[in-house]
Design a protein around this ligand. Structure first.
Ligand code: ARG
Length: 391
């Protein structure tokens, strides 16, 4: 009996060629596709998988799970990689890997495969996760092994073997998208000096089309999780979708980053993440109102560590789990509302309120109603500076 392999299948050239390549190596190929919010035509992709030689096509819609178990914990953690990347791609990988492992169990397969190259972070995220979830599964990475050095070579291979290709003109970029954002690289973007051409962006409107008038959105939070827009409740996925649309119209959430990949090279990538940008801005702002200084500063100091763990494929690891508990605890009082103004590519908090606010106007005011006892400041300053006094 042929060995069975579950291949993470996207419908693109790499994974279509991988189906045929694996089949030629003697495997029965099950093409597994999960939806984390990318644009997909499921029936078309299923057909392509079969035409490339897959024995079976399996589809999972994981969008809700993605938001609940991956996006929200990362938002609560305030995790942004190298200050600019909201981790959309990085977050989707452990979930897709989990889907692969579960499918392998159901299908009684001993092999799983992915279409990542040997130069990127995604191979690490997939394989580390698979190894953690089931160390007995064997991973195959055809793109790392086959002798098809260029895209043209892959296209020739596909044509030779009757693998149907996308008829639409191939984008000059490599694009990965999900509900939390889009990652775009390759082509002209490989020159870090060159400004990204307008045509590289897909979620956000070009500057010439940004509305001349600012738009305000109010974000409602419950324990650190966004639950509503302008007082109306939305489930997580619908809320993110809506903010992507509104934010995208105003050009919110574009970033351009020369980043440090885990495997040691620098790469230039541009990102679009309208909803993520608005929500991180609003959530941080609400924390400023509600958290005491020590908790706020400590929390902020560990956010970058969490971002690193996510980026480096260490989702299902002990430190990540411990940090989740910590961040959860920090969010227990982050309930309230933030007014965010969207205008010409920027999302700025302009107002905030919460029943848990620690802001006391009677202490802060320079106007009437001041109850702050200024005479106490003198003694406080003396003791505060005491360790540094020379006489
Ligand atoms: N650099 C990002 C990361 O490692 C995204 C990788 C995928 N990007 C792409 N354009 N296909 O998470």
């Amino acid at each position: 009996m042929a060995k069975k392999v579950i291949l993470a299948y996207s419908g693109g050239l790499d994974t279509s060629v991988a189906v045929k390549w694996l089949k030629d190596k003697g495997y029965t190929v099950v093409a597994y596709m999960s939806n984390v919010g990318q644009e997909v035509n499921v029936s078309k992709i299923a057909k392509r998988a079969k035409a490339a030689g897959a024995a079976k096509f399996i589809y999972h819609d994981l969008k809700k799970e993605f938001v609940k178990d991956f996006v929200w914990p990362t938002l609560k953690a305030g995790a942004v990689y190298e200050d600019k990347y909201y981790l959309a791609t990085a977050l989707s990988r452990p979930l897709i890997a989990k889907g692969l492992v579960e499918t392998a169990h159901k299908e009684k397969a001993h092999f799983v495969a992915h279409g990542c190259t040997g130069k990127g972070n995604d191979q690490v995220r997939f394989e580390v996760t698979i190894n953690i979830l089931d160390p007995k599964l064997k991973v195959i990475a055809p793109v790392r092994e086959w002798e098809l050095p260029t895209r043209d070579a892959e296209i020739r291979y596909a044509k030779m073997h009757g693998i149907p290709l996308e008829v639409t003109k191939k984008s000059p970029y490599s694009i990965d998208e999900n509900v939390w954002g889009t990652s775009i690289e390759c082509g002209v973007l490989e020159d870090p000096w060159k400004e990204p051409p307008e045509g590289a962006y897909r979620m956000t409107a070009p500057p010439a089309k940004w509305p001349k008038k600012a738009e305000e959105v109010k974000i409602n939070f419950l324990k650190g999780i966004p639950v509503g827009i302008n007082g109306k409740r939305y489930d997580g996925l619908a809320l993110i979708d809506k903010l992507n649309k509104i934010g995208g119209k105003h050009g919110i959430g574009r970033t351009d980053l020369v980043e440090n990949r885990l495997i040691g090279i620098k790469s230039r990538e541009i990102y679009e993440a309208p909803a993520a940008t608005i929500l991180h801005e609003a959530q941080k702002d609400l924390e400023s109102l509600v958290m005491d200084r020590e908790l706020l500063h400590f929390k902020r100091s560990v956010s970058a560590k969490y971002a690193e763990l996510v980026y480096n494929g260490l989702w299902y690891t002990p430190l990540k789990k411990v940090l989740d508990k910590l961040f959860d605890a920090t969010q227990s009082r982050i309930t309230g509302e933030v007014r965010v103004k969207l205008y010409k590519g920027r999302a700025v908090s302009v107002g905030r309120k919460s029943a848990n606010s620690l802001y006391k106007k009677e202490l802060a005011t320079y106007g009437a109603g001041d109850i702050f006892d200024q005479s106490l400041a003198k003694g406080f300053i003396e003791l505060w500076g005491l360790p540094y006094r020379k006489n």
